[in-house]
Design a protein around this ligand. Sequence first.
Ligand code: SF4
Length: 367
Amino acid sequence: MSKVRHVLGISGGKDSAALAIYVKTKYPSINLEFYTCDTGKELDETYQLIKNLEIYLGIKIELLQGAQNSSEDPFDHFLKMYGGFLPSSQARWCTKKLKLEPFENYVGTDPVISYVGIRGDEEREGYISTKKNIQSIFPFRKNIWSQDVVQKMLSNQNIEQLIEMSSSIDFGKNQEKALLTITRKLDTSFTIDQKLNVLLDANVKAFNHLVFDYLKTTDYPLATEATFPLLENDEVLLRDDIFKILKESGVGVPAYYNKIDFEINGKKGEYARSRSGCFFCFFQQKIEWVWLYEQHKDLYLKAMEYEKDGYTWAQGESLEDIIKPERIEQIKEEYIKRMERKSKVKSPYLVDILDDAEGEGCAACFI
Ligand code: SF4
């Protein structure tokens, strides 16, 4: 089996940028490779963030592109291939062709550990590669392991094996509790999430060692590694920690997260963009489209050019309709009302207001 590669994808968003800084500085012994999948349609702020990271970390970030030999931007190349059919949340060919496939081609059949920046305050698992030779690790979470690993390991058929393995693992004062939990069968009154959480609460590092020992009995990429520094990781990083890492390192928070004041009919509001990704991404909220129109009009007009033959980026509404003065007014007013409802959130970043959309989309584009 070839040597395990450790790779970290930079999406252009805040979380993956912070993850690169975190893992590279906290675990320097890991021989990390960095990559980014370029759609050709990112905001300038994203390209700037990638440059800043390269300078700060002294690394090279591999630029991966779908349709590498095409004379067009990757997105435009595939749009033609799909007959002008714009991607949407139901037909997300863009993520597959522009993010996942270039990444999977890059790693080939090598065993790979892929580091993913989903935070400790997020519920989602993300839209990640499911190829067998790619194992995802989530360093910001209390549970650094992917769902499939946990499901396999904690299944009832492994109880005897785990009891034996746990005898050489030190859960400290919670040794007995851990053993009782491992012994208890999953059923309708004791779910896999409950079992996982009790074991993590008993001792995160000890649980990590148990998983690592279990993985040795599987064909996951980590099975061939003698050690894994993240077994000792019991930190949980939340959104504020991410902003702190970016600011303190000097890499900086991408400028599109900075809020900008606006006024409509005597009412004041603030808007920003909540995520990285293509400037025309269909996951953006109406207020983000208005932000794009008012802050990057050239890009908005380019996004409009793609709307042909009845295809639109936003559901049920064309970009031409969104920028009608009365519609902009309505979007801003509705948004101000929403902000007022969420006014208890004290954060300098509007991502905290727009966060209900943050979990949508894919790990490849927005983390
Ligand atoms: S950012 Fe949006 S439009 Fe671009 S590839 Fe990702 S999902 Fe598709």
